[in-house]
Design a protein around this ligand. Structure first.
Ligand code: SF4
Ligand code: SF4
Length: 439
């Protein structure tokens, strides 16, 4: 199966229960942003710009857990900012799992190996030595780090542990050179690969999370899928990059790129995603077949942004991850007060000019799962895709030259402020963009 049976059944039960109750709108995935601080400043990121005045604020653990209960979504994507900077990230993941949620930690991976070492320390016993030896041999762990692991957990607090209900969701937008350009720092891709490899060695489920931009080379994305498939990652999410207001304004201010050269129009999205269905057969692409058909230009869908709500330090962000027309105190209040009919593109009619070119997963992937714009055979197609055999790891991926940037001395100059190599040791927790700027 492309997605584990227990997780599929959990989501299916949630949808069926709401359909039987005739609930008009309900949440499938909560995008939880406990903070907006990040240790990167990627080119297309609107988050760290839109919330630049509140980068030091964090949601309390209690608020985070209450938000998940408030909307009742079976899946929670913990994002941000960089969620691994959140001081109580392990407690948060633990609390969400205890609520019975499927949890995705969406991370740029810079702090991921540190969290994996915390786990290793918590479970350390003499029998762990062969694993430590293997990790050292693969340069995933240094001798100094191994010595720290042997001392065991420092405070005995919760750590992030492998479970079928948890995925690391690592942000990669291409192979080394491209990814490091997009995140504006050399060495980040190399760290992503190390973190993914180490997480797999420790028994975690790992997915990759890719945004496609106008300048993205689809051949490279295919090679990237092959490369990570060969590392035995468990799935891939992919979505078109869209010029939401904050990202666009930030780009114009920086003056290095024009938004129209970077983000995708609808026509350009369809062109970029023309091979998506073929990729779905070769790789474990997460998401419904119906959404894949939409991205490939084979059908229309109605936006269901209410099904993937975003909760952050300001409240429930409406109407969606991209546009901010307000923040609400609770999910039911947001459902009730937002005029959902004024957004999206329906039957070719643009209801809000800001939605004109949007085809992002947080607006349209749930539409495929919820049977909005249902066509006979859709349910069967989705079931067949999900229950179909999981594609085998790619053999060709072992030959992909993924390290085609700074690793082979071919660095880049991404402009002022970019091009800083990743330090050998990860930045310390709380080492924020704001702090770097004032340092
Ligand atoms: S990793 Fe990049 S895209 Fe993600 S929050 Fe940080 S700056 Fe934004
Ligand atoms: S189409 Fe939906 S998800 Fe996209 S910008 Fe509009 S409201 Fe947001």
């Amino acid at each position: 199966m492309r997605f584990p049976l227990a997780l599929t059944l959990k989501i299916a039960r949630h949808i069926i229960a709401h359909k039987l109750r005739r609930t008009p709108r309900f949440a499938l995935v909560l995008q939880l942003e406990p903070l907006h601080t990040c240790n990167l400043a990627c080119t297309g990121c609107g988050r760290i710009r839109e919330y630049s005045t509140s980068l030091r604020d964090v949601m309390s653990l209690a608020d985070c857990l209450a938000a998940a209960a408030d909307c009742g979504a079976p899946m929670v994507s913990v994002c941000g900012g960089e969620p691994l900077i959140y001081p109580q990230i392990a407690e948060l993941v633990d609390g969400l799992l205890q609520q019975g949620r499927i949890v995705y930690i969406c991370t740029n991976a810079l702090l991921m190996r540190r969290k994996l070492r915390d786990y290793l320390a918590a479970i350390y016993q003499p029998a762990s030595e062969s694993l430590l030896g293997q990790l050292i041999q693969e340069s995933l762990l240094t001798e100094t780090e191994a010595a720290e692991v042997r001392q065991g957990s420092k405070n005995g607090g919760p750590v992030i542990r492998p479970t079928p209900w948890l995925y690391w969701n690592v942000h990669v937008d291409g192979l080394e050179r491209t990814h490091d350009l997009i995140v504006e720092r050399e060495g980040v891709f190399r760290e992503c690969v190390a973190a993914v490899t180490m997480a797999k060695r420790l028994g975690f489920q790992v997915a990759t999370n890719t945004t496609v931009y106008k300048e993205t080379d689809v051949d490279e994305i295919e090679q990237m899928f092959e490369f990570f498939s060969a590392l035995d990652v468990d799935g891939h999410t992919i979505s078109p990059g869209y010029d939401y207001d904050a990202a666009k304004v930030a780009m114009i201010k920086k003056g290095r790129q024009r938004p129209e050269d970077f983000f995708l129009t609808r026509a350009a999205t369809v062109e970029k995603f023309s091979r998506l269905e073929e990729w779905g057969r070769r790789f474990t692409i997460f998401g419904t077949v119906v959404y894949q058909e939409f991205l490939a230009g084979k059908r229309d869908l109605t936006c269901t942004a209410w099904a993937i709500p975003t909760r952050n330090i300001k409240g429930w962000k409406a109407p969606c991850y991209l546009i901010t027309d307000g923040h609400y105190a609770s999910y039911p209040e947001m459902l009730d007060r937002v005029n959902w009919g004024q957004y999206g593109v329906v039957k070719g009619q643009v209801r809000d000019s800001r939605c004109e070119h949007c085809m992002v997963h947080c607006g349209y992937d749930p539409s495929g799962a919820l049977g909005v714009d249902y066509r006979p055979g859709d349910t069967w197609k989705n079931i067949k895709y999900n229950f179909g055999a999981k594609p085998a790891p790619s053999e060709r991926g072992k030959t992909v030259k993924a390290f085609n940037g700074v690793s082979i001395g071919r660095g880049h100059d991404s402009g002022a402020g970019g091009s800083k190599p990743v330090p050998e040791t990860c930045p310390k927790d709380g080492d924020t963009v704001a702090e770097k700027k004032t340092a």
